[in-house]
Design a protein around this ligand. Structure first.
Ligand code: CU
Length: 300
């Protein structure tokens, strides 16, 4: 009973769409696509070509980035392998069973081996991806003892506050801080090559600390301290942002990360001290309320 095939009147219906099409329609499209690809590639900078090799990722700027990049590229290779196998089966079936008549082909139902296969295969694919994800995650989140620099990061509506410790930085006499507002994008300075530990806290709602070139983001949750460790590997300025839709002015929660030499880092901390930004700042959200908006979260 299980393997039997059935035929109905509907199966015998003619299917006009199934008629073979002439290839002449496809060729202009292919030609246009090839020309576009050629123009696109010849106009690319080496930076863009490198980014394409990383399948869209920016250049990594942290020692914890490589496992994520490997996972990203490995996942695409796996996806393409599955895709190529599926396209192959589709094309093989289309070619093997093509026919000149326009009748519905014989329909197979209740094919138990087939159903078992397409139930188990996705589980195997997901298990393999899960395994490699756990390996990458363990490498990225591994905590090392004695970080060289600790920065207490406060994500608040609608900006960021960065606290630097005097204990880590003999160049300054006291703890110093830098705070952004909705109108002022704050800067985060990090010394290149040093093991940095971020302690992430929030006084209001859940935000997410994300520096794109570090390939990492971590939620900033009220009532707890989330810890992120990494070693910046490349000097430069990198974009940071809140990656959790946290409220009305979420899009204003940007910051710039400056990875600099140790002397520049110390000079920056000294400049904060000279401005009197000493002690600890925990980012009160009222200070960041936009002027004259007439709208405050939770008051409507
Ligand atoms: Cu946010």
């Amino acid at each position: 009973m299980g393997g039997r095939t059935q035929r109905s009147a509907a199966d015998e219906m003619t299917v006009p769409a199934a008629r073979s099409r002439s290839g002449s329609r496809v060729r202009p499209g292919l030609l246009a696509l090839s020309l576009f690809g050629l123009l696109f590639l010849t106009g690319c900078s080496t930076e863009l070509v490198d980014q394409m090799k990383r399948l869209g990722f920016p250049a990594p700027a942290s020692d914890r980035a490589q496992p994520i990049l490997d996972l990203w590229i490995g996942t695409w290779i796996a996806a393409f392998a599955v895709g190529i196998a599926m396209w192959g089966v589709i094309l093989w079936a289309a070619n093997r069973y093509k026919t000149k008549h326009a009748k519905m082909p014989r329909q197979n139902r209740y094919n138990l081996p087939m159903e078992i296969f397409y139930t188990i295969a996705p589980f195997i694919i997901i298990a393999v991806l899960f395994y490699y994800t756990v390996l990458a995650q363990n490498e990225v989140t591994a905590r090392q003892p004695n970080p060289e620099v600790t920065v207490d990061v406060v994500g608040q509506k609608w900006s960021w506050t960065f606290n630097y410790k005097a204990a880590d930085n003999p160049a300054v006499g006291s703890d110093v801080w830098e705070a952004g507002t909705i109108n002022k994008t704050p800067d985060l300075y990090l010394p290149v090559g040093k093991l940095v530990e971020f302690n992430l806290t929030s006084p209001d709602v859940i935000h997410s600390f994300w520096v794109i070139s570090f390939y990492e983001k971590l939620d900033v949750i009220p009532g707890r301290v989330n810890v992120l460790q990494l070693r910046p590997t490349t000097e430069g300025v990198f974009a940071g942002k809140c990656a959790e839709l946290c409220g009305t002015y979420h899009s204003a929660m940007l910051f710039n990360v400056h990875v600099v030499s140790e002397s520049e880092y110390n000079a920056y901390l000294n400049s904060l001290e000279a401005k009197g930004q000493t002690g600890e700042a925990k980012g009160p959200s009222e200070a960041n309320a936009p002027a004259k908006s007439g709208f405050e979260e939770g008051t409507r």
